[in-house]
Design a protein around this ligand. Structure first.
Ligand SMILES: Nc1nc(=O)c2c([nH]1)NC[C@@H]1CN(c3ccc(C(=O)N[C@@H](CCC(=O)O)C(=O)O)cc3)CN21
Ligand SMILES: CC(C)C(=O)C(=O)O
Ligand SMILES: [Mg+2]
Length: 326
């Protein structure tokens, strides 16, 4: 009860039952945007990563359908289902106390009709515990879906430029808006998504000039990924920015626009190799990691019980280890 306390804020208990930090809301995001303050966004797919993102002060957390590639090992984002996304959303929601949560609507959860999109979006909110959803694409049927979802009372982030869920028609993860006509289309799509009620739009893999033009044209924040510095905010994939995807197995899916702020993949590899070596050489677990003891009178009783039952091998071990300990 912060408002009843006369202690300075930093002496207030900050353990698990501490008062919750102030949540980022749509209001907070709009205020930042109006003041021209950049908005930070990162993906997370599980409880521990959500805790880290939350504690870092990141404004928005995206439970991205990139989970299909980064966590499930698929080559595209297409296979992940709404039920799988919901499982990740629930875990993330348990770890996030402050950051604004966006659930990525996976391929197959919005396309059929606006009603279909509304039903899926409601599940993201109700079951997934999200604060909003993100819907990929700017074609007119997607704009209609966005409008229906917003009218149902769900805040929506749009997503134009490279739209990985359209890989089947795009033919690959290619940068978007590189011709005048493509760039104009992206700008018009972003405008249409704003008009349909999106509170923000992600711009993926478009030239910085195009992203800056969209940003100036819109009255809502743009969040760029591989879109240069001229957007209202930035988003990166958690594992990419931590440098967890350096192994040749997944290095191919780490996009070149990603700055690596650490080399966590190398740290993990080194730790696992060291653990393996310790197990093989018997250095783990040492006394320090063998905490469970049996009292002397209990082990003496156990020794008698084992001999009585004819369990001589076990009895021998108990006898040897009791003398060792003594
Ligand atoms: N780990 C990860 N990070 C991401 O940022 C991310 C995903 N996965 N999966 C979903 C989408 C796909 N993204 C990607 C993936 C690859 C490139 C990329 O390397 N593009 C190349 C061209 C590749 C080609 O032509 O096939 C480039 O030169 O930009 C870009 C964005 C961004 N998203
Ligand atoms: C790359 C971001 C914007 C995304 O959609 C995802 O991670 O799924
Ligand atoms: Mg996505």
């Amino acid at each position: 009860m912060r408002w009843h306390s006369n202690k300075p804020v930093d002496t207030v208990y900050s353990g698990p039952s501490a008062p919750s930090p102030k949540r980022v809301t749509l209001r907070t995001l709009r205020d930042k945007y109006r003041r021209g303050e950049p908005i930070s966004m990162v993906t997370a797919y599980d409880y521990p990563s959500a805790v880290h993102v939350d504690e870092a002060g990141i404004d928005m957390l995206l439970v991205g359908d990139s989970v299909a590639m980064v966590v499930h090992g698929h080559d595209t984002t297409l296979p992940v289902t709404l039920d799988e996304m919901l499982s990740h959303c629930k875990a993330v929601a348990r770890g996030a106390r402050r950051t604004f949560l966006v659930g990525d609507m996976p391929f197959g959860s919005v396309e059929v009709s606006p009603e279909h999109a509304v039903r899926s979006a409601i599940r993201m909110m109700k079951e997934g515990g999200m604060d909003s959803v993100k819907i990929e694409g700017g074609f007119s049927n997607r704009v209609k879906a966005v409008r229906a979802v917003v009218e149902a009372g769900v805040a929506v982030v749009g997503h134009v430029g490279l739209t990985p869920q359209s890989i089947s028609v795009l033919g690959g993860f290619r940068p978007a808006a590189q011709s005048a006509s493509e760039a104009l289309r992206v700008i018009k799509e972003a405008k249409a998504l704003e008009a349909a009620g999106c509170f923000s739009v992600v711009l993926e893999c478009v030239p910085g000039l195009v992203a800056a033009a969209v940003t100036r044209e819109l009255g809502i924040p743009t969040i760029g990924i591989g879109a240069g510095p001229g957007t209202s905010g930035q988003v990166l994939v958690y594992h990419d920015l931590l440098g967890m995807m350096q192994h040749p197995h997944h290095a191919k899916v780490t996009p070149k626009f990603c700055k690596q702020y650490s080399a966590v993949g190398a740290v993990i590899q080194q730790a696992l190799t060291a653990y393996h070596a310790d197990v093989v050489t018997g250095q783990f677990p040492s006394e320090a990691f063998s905490p469970y003891k049996i009292a002397a009178d209990e082990s003496a009783q156990l020794l008698r019980d084992l001999e009585r039952e004819g369990l001589h091998s076990a009895a021998e071990v108990v006898a040897d280890m009791t003398t060792e300990a003594a």
